[in-house]
Design a protein around this ligand. Sequence first.
Ligand code: KG4
Ligand code: ZN
Length: 350
Amino acid sequence: MSEYPGGPLILGIETSCDETGVGIVAGHRLLADAVASSVTEHARFGGVVPEVASRAHLEAMVPTVHRACAEAGVTPSDVDAIAVTAGPGLTGALLVGVAAAKAYALALGKPLYGVNHLAAHVAVDILEHGPLPQPAVALLVSGGHSSLLRVDDITGSITPLGSTIDDAAGEAFDKVARVLGLPFPGGPHIDRLACAGSAEAIAFPRGLTGPRDAPYNFSFSGLKSAVARWVERLERDGSPVPVADVAASFQEAVVDVLTAKAVRACRETGMEHLILGGGVAANSRLRALAETRAAANGLLLRVPRPGLCTDNGAMVAALGSLLVDAGVPASSEELGADSTLPVTLVSVPA
Ligand code: KG4
Ligand code: ZN
């Protein structure tokens, strides 16, 4: 074990989508968080193009590892273990990270942990707020996933309570942004525009909130279509589209449902703690409403800072550090990428 104060020194590699992330942590302490994004290369296609992302990861991988090591003031041979996102995500993109991590682990003689991207989105909060409160409910909202999870032990016991039955929350933000003529990825643009609009201007539908609907599942595709129809009607009539009001009202419909269901999950499972994670957790209105509703229901809320919500390597390193601390065995040398790795599999077995 390294002599770094704080705990095991872990290098984390993330390449599941369009961010090449390399993070270095010592226990719960963040030493480096280097991210190279290929987002501008995808913008003109209105979404992430897998082949373009894989190629960009390949080019950015080694320079990003060097940048992270320089930032942390360590060399790769100092690290105690390497963690890499094994899934879920884009297969070709994941493969670049897994291949790089295997090469580093083999060349340096270090244990290798293939970890779950979704669990890493939850684990990252330790870098800002210390040990995770457990058990807890986690609301995981990203471009590819939207789920409510019961987290009894982030290193090995995660139970899905519900998830989206169609679009992920981030996907809905990106698709609505496109309807409004905003650049990809649309989430941050809608967040910014919504500040100038009224959340009550338009009554957009709240999916799956009826008395007979699954309480912990989400649906955002009806909302997305409702926004598109609303905007198209104005455009057909030649009326100006109140873009800020549409953004604010759409955003409110999403965060209203997310927070209401998260609070209900806490209450019905008897949890005191709610953890938010994933790119959409960077949303300013989601953060504010979650805080208000958590306080009103006597819940303690944990949300990492926005920069740690979107994809990064530090979250992978953070989960790696918890796995090492918990004595979880390293993954098999046969480790591969699994685009559909279930959240119940926090790390790939030995
Ligand atoms: O976790 P993430 O970086 O990548 C995935 O694992 O998918 O999440 C990316 C998603 C995108 O859909 C992006 O539009 C959304 O997170 N996002 C936001 C905000 N920042 C990022 N959505 C709403 N408001 C934001 N401020
Ligand atoms: Zn993510």
